[in-house]
Design a protein around this ligand. Structure first.
Ligand SMILES: C[S@@+](CC[C@H](N)C(=O)[O-])C[C@H]1O[C@@H](n2cnc3c(N)ncnc32)[C@H](O)[C@@H]1O
Length: 238
């Protein structure tokens, strides 16, 4: 059976709302120790820079990236469709002093009210979108000229998705299970992004233990300007 993108998204958001209660306890989801905290802080500081930027975290879940960006002095907005994930994120923002807000929004068509952004970032979301290319097109449109898209992705084992909604919809998710970095580069380039970089994220500190499957970061730039605050890493396509 073919489901509409809207129906797929409603099933996906229901699934992640049900995962919200203990989502942060997973080593690839939350922050379990100070070493991991510092590893992510260091990575984001290096990639986003230290000058304050305005960032959008699409598919923010319980707010992992947006909260770290807030902690680093940036202004961050997180959007997600799963109400229970959002509630966790909103609680974190409300009990912090960071400039971070969370609201309901579709990663494939994020709200335009905060745009344009210096940075649009996501972690582990692309694989569960029914129209990932449409999402990349929307992100391009919401970035400032010279703004950057940052994808934190990987190739995943999906055994925990047996007997879940993903059994029925996986064939309608083009990047289900993860999409190779070089393929993500090609997708972003086809949407007009330039200056692509790929960086392996295999440091055990980021995930508490060394990952068994590829983890990486892909970045691209919307052409037309270079905001001084955002460091452009040297081109690396390993
Ligand atoms: C694996 S979780 C990752 C959460 C977070 N980015 C992180 O790294 O912890 C995937 C998240 O994407 C969200 N998501 C999936 N499809 C979405 C969509 N179309 N719009 C907004 N959020 C979406 C889910 O609700 C879930 O919170």
């Amino acid at each position: 059976m073919t489901n509409s993108p809207q129906h797929i998204k409603s099933l996906v958001s229901q699934y992640w709302s049900e995962r919200a209660i203990d989502f942060d306890q997973g080593p690839t989801h939350g922050i379990l120790n100070e070493r991991q905290h510092q590893a992510w802080r260091g990575l984001l500081r290096e990639v986003v820079g230290s000058e304050p930027v305005k960032a959008l975290d699409v598919g923010c879940g319980t707010g992992f990236l947006a909260m770290l960006l807030g902690e680093l002095g940036h202004t961050a907005v997180g959007v997600d469709l799963a109400d229970d994930m959002l509630a966790k994120a909103q609680h974190k923002a409300a009990t912090s002093a960071f400039d971070v807000t969370f609201c309901r929004g579709d990663a494939e068509n994020p709200p335009r009210d905060g745009a344009p952004y210096d940075v649009i970032i996501e972690r582990h979301v692309i694989w569960t979108l029914p129209q990932p290319q449409l999402a990349m097109q929307a992100w391009h449109a919401l970035l400032k000229p010279g703004g950057r898209v940052i994808l934190i992705e990987g190739i995943f084992d999906m055994p925990s998705h047996t007997d879940t909604i993903y059994t029925d919809i996986r064939t309608q998710l083009p990047f289900y299970g993860g999409h190779p970095s070089e393929a993500l580069v090609a997708c972003l380039e086809s949407q007009g992004f330039v200056d692509m970089t790929v960086r392996p994220l295999m440091d055990a500190a980021l995930w508490v233990e060394a990952p068994q499957r590829p983890r990486f970061m892909v970045t691209g730039t919307r052409p037309g300007g270079t905001p001084a605050s955002i460091p452009i890493p040297s081109r690396s396509m390993s």
